[in-house]
Ligand binder design. Structure first.
Ligand SMILES: O=C(O)CCC(=O)C(=O)O
Ligand SMILES: [Fe+2]
Length: 316
């Protein structure tokens, strides 16, 4: 069992508006009070998820030189391979003991936004593993569809038109991030040695994990509670961008990953609005705005700069 709410989202697909509203309000309660919950009846088949995990394992098992050839350091647009200890999700703490691989919205090199060098609109990096690209893109699309559905629920709960988020999520910034944490074998003594305590940056994160424990979520009193794997559920959490947009009606919640006893795999799907979407609390809340309007690209860049030392300005 888990202390976090488990929410069936099947009702969001109902033709009956009362059923949609009830489900949306249940979802909204979790977003307001906890900011972290399990999503079930989400419609993404277990086979799609298994395929994505197999693809992740195949990628991380490649020789180090092949992974480094796809390094995120070669991408101005947050795509590619992040080597062990290259990231600090909590800049105050030590480096995260994990490897990661980011895939974004897949655009061709001749896409006008890619050619214009627009932030977060780059090409993806692909390993030379047969079938890999299509498998991963299929899973990406399924996560994106679920993310859009959840946003329809948020709109209903927040008293907005049901399609409020749709234009912002038509061509969003979205990152599918494969993660592998090595078995710590007791040699990493920091409690947050897998991933430092942090809140996510975007609107929502949809997380799938294997069965190896590690993720912990801070409750409102700041106590760490375990968030175990619930088979077939996605762990969904609100990120800082949606907290800001909703003028703190929805809350983002700190979480961390303990160094796992065994090797651990997880796949996170981070969903943010489009680069030019203006995140303005006055869209959602009638209370005085606690934040000024900002574009999603500006907001996300500022958060990523604080996390990756390779993005930080070079000191002379
Ligand atoms: O691996 C996990 O369970 C969570 C990872 C995470 O929180 C993140 O990458 O933002
Ligand atoms: Fe996170």
């Amino acid at each position: 069992m888990t202390a976090l709410p488990i929410i069936s989202v099947a009702g969001l697909r109902s033709p009956d508006s009362e059923t949609r509203l009830q489900t949306a309000q249940e979802l909204g309660r979790a977003c307001r009070e906890v900011g972290f919950f399990y999503v079930v009846d989400h419609g993404i088949p277990a086979s799609a998820r298994d395929t994505a995990f197999a693809a992740s394992k195949a990628l991380f098992d490649l020789p180090q030189a092949q992974k480094e050839a796809l390094s995120i350091r070669l991408s101005p647009h947050n795509r590619g391979y992040v080597a062990m200890a290259d990231e600090k999700l909590n800049p105050e703490a030590g480096a995260d003991m994990k490897e990661a691989f980011n895939v974004g919205i897949d655009l061709p090199a001749d896409d006008p936004e890619v050619r214009a060098g627009k932030p977060f609109r780059g090409v993806n990096f692909w390993p030379s593993i047969p079938g890999w690209r299509q498998q991963v893109l299929d899973y990406f699309e399924q996560c994106l569809a679920l993310g859009r559905l959840l946003h329809e629920g948020f709109s209903l709960d927040l008293g907005l038109p049901e399609t409020f988020f749709a234009p912002h999520l038509a061509q969003p910034i979205a990152t599918l991030r494969m993660l592998r944490y090595p078995a710590s074998a007791g040699y990493i003594d920091r409690e947050d040695g897998g991933a430092g305590a942090h809140t996510d940056y975007g609107n929502i994160t949809l997380l799938a994990t294997d069965e190896v424990p590690g993720l912990e979520v801070a409750d409102r009193q700041g106590r760490w509670i375990e968030a175990p794997c619930v088979p077939d559920a996605f762990i969904c959490n609100i990120g800082d961008c949606l907290m800001r947009w909703s003028n703190d009606i929805y809350v983002s919640t700190p979480h961390r990953v303990r160094p796992p006893a065994q090797e651990r795999y997880a796949i996170a799907f981070f969903l943010e609005p489009a680069p030019d979407s203006v995140v303005d609390p006055r869209d959602i809340s009638r209370e005085p705005a606690r934040y000024s309007p900002i574009t999603c690209a500006e907001y996300l860049s500022s958060r990523l700069d604080a996390t990756y030392h390779y993005r930080a300005p070079v000191a002379d």
